[in-house]
Design a protein around this ligand. Sequence first.
Ligand SMILES: *[C@@H]1O[C@H](CO)[C@@H](O)[C@H](O)[C@H]1NC(C)=O
Ligand SMILES: *[C@@H]1O[C@H](CO)[C@@H](O)[C@H](O)[C@H]1NC(C)=O
Ligand SMILES: *[C@@H]1O[C@H](CO)[C@@H](O)[C@H](O)[C@H]1NC(C)=O
Ligand SMILES: *[C@@H]1O[C@H](CO)[C@@H](O)[C@H](O)[C@H]1NC(C)=O
Ligand SMILES: *[C@@H]1O[C@H](CO)[C@@H](O)[C@H](O)[C@H]1NC(C)=O
Ligand SMILES: *[C@@H]1O[C@H](CO)[C@@H](O)[C@H](O)[C@H]1NC(C)=O
Ligand SMILES: *[C@@H]1O[C@H](CO)[C@@H](O)[C@H](O)[C@H]1NC(C)=O
Length: 776
Amino acid sequence: MATIILLFLLLSGLSTITAQQKYSNITLGSSLSPKTNPSSWLSPSGQFAFGFYPEGEDDFIVAIWFAQVPEKTVIWTYNQDDPKNPSNVTLQMTTDGRLVLQTARGQAKDIPTATDSASSASMLDSGNFVLYDSNLDVLWESFNSPTDTIVQGQRLLADSRLVSSASRTDHSKGRFILGMQTDGNLVQYPYTDTSWATPWYSYWSSNTYGAGDNVTVNLDKNGHLYLLNSTGFNIRNLSPAVSPSDGTIYYRMTIDVDGIFRLYSLSPSDNWSIKWSSTEDKCEPKGLCGLNGYCTLSDQESVCRCLPGFDFVNQAQRMLGCGKNTSEYGCEKENYSMRLLDSTEWEDNPYAILSSPNIQDCEEMCLTDCNCEAAIFSNLKCSKQRLPLRFGRRVINSESTALIKVGNRRFTTTNEPEPNKQGKKVLSHEILITIVVIAIVAFIVLMVSGVLIYRYRVWVYHQLPDTGRIGLNEEITLQSFTYLELEKATNGFREEVGRGSFGTVFKGVISNGERIIAVKRLERVVDEGEREFRTEMRVIGRTHHKNLVRLLGYCHEGSNRLLVYEYMCNGSLENFLFKPEKYPSWDERVGIALNIARGILYLHEECETQIIHCDIKPQNILMDEFFCAKISDFGLAKLLKPDQTKTFTGIRGTRGYVAPEWHRNLPITVKADVYSYGIMLMEIICCRKKLDTELQEDEIVLSDWVLQCFEEGDLGKLVDDEVVDKKRLERMVKVALWCIQDDPALRPHMKKVVLMLEGTIEIPVPPGPSSFLSSI
Ligand SMILES: *[C@@H]1O[C@H](CO)[C@@H](O)[C@H](O)[C@H]1NC(C)=O
Ligand SMILES: *[C@@H]1O[C@H](CO)[C@@H](O)[C@H](O)[C@H]1NC(C)=O
Ligand SMILES: *[C@@H]1O[C@H](CO)[C@@H](O)[C@H](O)[C@H]1NC(C)=O
Ligand SMILES: *[C@@H]1O[C@H](CO)[C@@H](O)[C@H](O)[C@H]1NC(C)=O
Ligand SMILES: *[C@@H]1O[C@H](CO)[C@@H](O)[C@H](O)[C@H]1NC(C)=O
Ligand SMILES: *[C@@H]1O[C@H](CO)[C@@H](O)[C@H](O)[C@H]1NC(C)=O
Ligand SMILES: *[C@@H]1O[C@H](CO)[C@@H](O)[C@H](O)[C@H]1NC(C)=O
């Protein structure tokens, strides 16, 4: 009984509060305060409220909002520059007819400035807050100073603008503007603290320039959004015209935090739903990702990323842009390298524009200019830029590439120190001592671990399976993709980045744009069962080496077979090596040769299942963002149809990368890869292709010419008298000549190749020319 009475009291109490809050006529002397009743004045229907709206921890903004939707929607904010107030302020209709915001210290701010004294105010059911004079004429209305929204029945006048909010929970000024200009054009552009950006940077416009100087944006009761010129003609429909509604549906048009303006509708009891937006492309608003950041789409949603070498200023708010720790590398060109970010477009604000035949040339121009911090290469033009870069976005198929100058970290891991050349005797002494020490240490370790393993066998048995599985999940499990996912990731297989023996390669993005991938659509492969395919994938998936392109996942659906690899942004070795404008330096080439050798060694001897690549060539060596060489396409040879083995190697009668045993129906072993490596090593040394018919006769076939120079003892000719380490050059040439021996048995294993290249073991003089060329 008592509870029922209590409930009744509570309910009646509530209803009186609600009744008290409705003020169709706000008389002089009324006031509001954030923490005590009333904190707002409602419109007669209760749909709109004017007053204190809680924002953030313990702050309040003076605002108008939709009061009856579950998620209260602010449509007007007082003082967008600095809207927050502490809880000890009050809002008063003073007895002398002013609407003021009063601080606890007694300071007062007039909300509408410079109006005559009002005699009453009203929160109307249209969403308009109005001050009246004694004749009930309107002195001031909130509709005439909109912030980020207009509602039905409201118009945006010429020479006024909407400014987006900073975020859903912060109604201060954000980053984007929708401006109704006096030239008749409605435009959107980014807003920055320092300046009202000019329409130079506009990213959307109504294309009504010249339609007269008093054009207005109108939103009517039916949710129709359109532009009227000063004589009242509809000059442009924005949202499609709609059939008349019964007036129970509310509409609002808001320039949202993300810079897109949208028309929303709210049916009774319903949530807001989008009826129309200025664009579907969420990366369109310029500068969405802040300085040095760029926008990329993933599942139609925008995702911000940073320039290479940069990090988010604030991980939690990625829209704020990116920065980097400045470290001085001085002005020397050698201390920098350029990193590529292709298919990205930026504000073009160069301090110099130069014509440039290709990217390498543009890189060079920026590297040799101390002032250049970045460059944009597009349409055979290289525009040199200073940081920060603005308005970045990824545009699939764009010809524009950003080049960013970063402090050098290239090849720091691949440049082997030269072995000690003097004092072989000292060296052998050292080696002897080292071996003895190692043997002793190894013996002790063995003993100790033997005891430990014996004593803790039970413990190990319990612990290992768990940790083992975690490692397995992270490292080895390949992701299985559906065809649809990959179609989406590649935007419908839009951007082709390569074409190889096994099929076409497309660029795409996964994980919300975090990861760029290369999707290889296999063609010309054996139509084997699902199970066999999975087995092959598992073998490839288990390979982990820094000089192998990583397989991330695959898709096998019906006849579709696709492989998903990490994306290598700097293209193939072929592109890198044979560009006369900018050959890689000698040190870079030495690093590349070693890296590839290590990758092949891993495939042959170090991974779980031996993999013979069968197609080693520069097109199959890819360069990552640090210009580290990685082998691709390994493990796929088994998938090829048997009748393709001849054609996929790409040679027809000329000596290519293919070992002679391919033509002799001899079994193919790891030594076939060694042969191909040898040919490629020569190309790396000389920066030219294995066959170049434009050269003098004795230079056409590279391997013959290398042998000739070697026998003549004039290796300098091979590198065009570039300044190189002569000893190392000779070593590399000798290794290459050993690798291309006709007889597979004479060719060294990759292990030995690596050791010889590193200079760890002596290299005997290679035997004379192979007789193979004349035999075909
Ligand atoms: C509000 O009330 C006052 C006094 O009761 C009256 O003079 C005034 O006309 C009313 N205003 C409106 C808009 O109804
Ligand atoms: C009002 O509140 C603010 C913040 O809570 C505080 O800094 C200020 O001292 C208060 N003023 C008075 C007069 O209490
Ligand atoms: C408004 O548009 C109508 C129709 O296009 C045109 O005839 C009229 O001249 C325009 N008014 C002004 C002031 O430009
Ligand atoms: C546009 O509006 C302003 C202010 O209302 C007025 O002074 C001006 O004459 C108008 N211009 C035209 C072309 O109607
Ligand atoms: C309204 O929609 C928003 C986003 O679409 C959602 O987050 C919110 O939960 C919805 N509210 C209700 C009450 O359905
Ligand atoms: C800069 O260095 C600090 C400290 O080393 C680190 O916390 C921060 O993430 C770095 N910022 C960037 C942009 O690299
Ligand atoms: C720049 O590189 C040179 C060698 O090329 C090196 O001596 C110098 O210390 C580097 N400068 C900085 C600031 O790292």
